[in-house]
Ligand binder design. Structure first.
Ligand SMILES: Cc1cc2nc3c(=O)[nH]c(=O)nc-3n(C[C@H](O)[C@H](O)[C@H](O)COP(=O)(O)OP(=O)(O)OC[C@H]3O[C@@H](n4cnc5c(N)ncnc54)[C@H](O)[C@@H]3O)c2cc1C
Length: 520
């Protein structure tokens, strides 16, 4: 399920041994992977470099990175990236040497990039091209997974809805969820519209455990122009020397962290939020990214995609201050898996942003997620092959949903918009018990409204997405309420300190909305 970096990498591995169906909600090019700009972090310089990458990953995760997962990521990363280059991915290079940049919380420059700021599109292009020539890989594009079929505690099939809203059921020896993140749960997000957390919601509905759902990374610098999408302004801009300035023109990061603009993302995002608050509630002040002092690099050449987007809106990196504010960007949590992608349900595996191996802890190190997709996509595929579960034919009847009326589809959109706004207001960068409880009230109202539509036997892609968003919101709210401390991306105004005595653990969200804390 999913044709981003994790799903495609897994498909290539699996196809060496059997038939693979890659299901994707839109075209293969529509994924978070496709929009990744800055690059892929990888330690290509031997053991010292690998050890430093491990320490940077562990430090960014604020105390709860699963060290064995991070070790797998940084040590297998170079092999996976070398393999990708062999399969046709072109990273930017000069005189035969790969170019590397630095991003926040990395101790050195180790980020490879492609076509300047279009790294994800190149990774996606090369993997899709490589997978498409493989006879044993079939693609079902514009097809949505709407359900997991469970029999005797094992996932044996998936339910699909094609672009004509026609249902279908496919039996599978094993199912990999590589359906990406859930940025659409927030009104402000850098994620494309497909990122509605479907895989996470379906896994939870089928009975799989989720973990670390309170940790949503808010990217500090998404473009902030009225009526313009929250376009990402990559961390690589700060890696190349961009400053952040408040509305008085001050470089304010020195008040927040010794690493200044390259401090961990959560620190920078909260600093921008605080600098952006006006003197009275509701009043906001502009924060800007400033690259006007950079003379040694041609910013248009280095960041062609970003420069082109800004130009459409009358802005220029060399000439202008660029208005920014944070937006929901990356979910550290997800479906709880072991290091081989196995979930708590037999037959169900997860990899990439939809999964939680604990590799990111409370805060992902910039550019570690494309690498995660490669490393854990391959690992999950290897586990699926090793487990070699037999195919079981699902005999439960397939329900054919009745279409929603235009008015009902509109009501679904309203529920989604209300949920997104409430999650931004109540479970965003700065949280506290009272706001999280307000968030629950809004989420419950949304869930009840959606249930009334579904009860009448109706179904559509948007209704399924709305239900997924509501389930993901529910898990985020529960996990955020249970973690009575501040750590990484999760900040509680009512518990502003890190509490290692009680919470140096991962949260696990399971059946009956129960949250427990576990050491991994
Ligand atoms: C703007 C932006 C910039 C980023 N920049 C970077 C960067 O520079 N470096 C970095 O490391 N990371 C970056 N990230 C994060 C990174 O891109 C993602 O975490 C990573 O690509 C996730 O890969 P994935 O394979 O897990 O999921 P995705 O790439 O999101 O793929 C998910 C797939 O699942 C499919 N899908 C979803 N639901 C269903 C369903 N119900 N049925 C069928 N298919 C479904 C989607 O259509 C899609 O094909 C960025 C993210 C964004 C949004």
């Amino acid at each position: 399920m999913g044709a981003g970096v994790a799903g495609l990498r897994a498909a290539v591995e699996l196809a060496r041994h059997g038939d693979v169906l890659v299901v994707t909600k839109e075209s293969v090019a529509e994924s978070n992977t496709h929009y990744a700009q800055g690059g892929i972090a990888v330690a290509m310089e031997g053991q010292v470099d690998v050890a430093l990458h491990l320490e940077d990953t562990v430090n960014a995760g604020d105390g709860i990175v699963c060290r064995s997962a991070a070790q797998a990521l940084v040590s297998e990363g170079p092999i996976r990236v070398a393999e990708l280059i062999e399969w046709g991915a072109h990273f930017d290079s000069e005189d035969g040497e790969l170019l590397r940049t630095r991003e926040g919380a990395h101790s050195l420059a180790r980020i490879l990039h492609a076509n300047g700021d279009a790294t994800g599109a190149e990774i996606s292009r090369s993997l899709v091209t490589f997978a498409r020539v493989h006879k044993r890989i079939r693609f079902a594009e514009w097809t949505m997974v709407t359900g997991l079929v469970v029999a005797n505690g094992r996932v044996i099939a998936v339910d699909l809805l094609d672009r004509e809203n026609m249902p279908n059921r496919i039996s599978a020896g094993s199912v990999l969820i590589a359906a990406g993140g859930a940025g659409q749960v927030y009104s402000d997000t850098t994620n494309p519209s497909v990122a509605t957390g479907d895989g996470i919601a379906l896994a939870a509905q089928a009975g799989a455990e989720l973990a670390d759902m309170e940790f949503y990374q808010f990217h500090p610098t998404a473009l902030s122009l009225p009526g313009v999408p929250r376009f990402l302004l990559s961390e690589a801009l700060r890696g190349e020397g961009a400053y952040l300035r408040n509305d008085r023109g001050e470089r304010f990061m020195e008040r927040y962290h010794p690493m200044l603009e390259l401090a961990p993302r959560d620190v920078v995002a909260r600093a921008i939020t605080r600098e952006g608050m006006g003197a009275t509630p509701g009043e906001s002040r502009l924060v800007h990214l400033d690259m006007r002092h950079i003379r040694t690099i041609d910013l248009h050449h280095r960041f062609p995609g970003i420069s082109a987007f800004l130009k459409e809106h009358g802005l220029d990196l060399h000439r202008d201050l660029i208005p920014v504010r944070p937006a929901a960007h990356y979910l550290m949590g997800g479906i709880k898996t072991d290091l081989a992608g196995r979930t708590s349900l037999v037959g169900l595996y997860a990899a990439g942003e939809a999964a939680c191996t604990g590799v990111h802890g409370a805060n992902r190190l910039a550019s570690n997620s494309l690498l995660e997709g490669l490393v854990f996509g391959a690992r999950a595929a290897q586990a699926m092959l090793a487990d070699n579960l037999p195919l079981v034919v699902a005999d439960a009847p397939l329900q054919v949903p009745k279409p929603l009326s235009e008015r009902e589809e509109q009501r679904v959109e309203e529920h989604i918009a209300e949920l997104q706004a409430s999650m931004w207001a109540y479970a965003g960068l700065l949280r506290q018990e009272s706001t999280l409880r307000d968030g629950f009230a809004a989420q419950e109202e949304c869930a009840a409204g959606l249930a009334r539509l579904a009860e009448r036997g109706k179904g559509s892609r948007r209704l399924a997405e709305a239900q997924a968003l509501s389930r993901v919101a529910h898990a985020i709210l529960h996990s955020a309420l249970a973690r009575q401390e501040s750590r990484g991306a999760h900040f509680r105004n009512d518990f502003p300190q890190r509490d290692d005595e009680r919470f140096l653990n991962h949260s696990v969200f399971g059946r009956e909305d129960h949250v427990i804390f576990e050491k991994w």
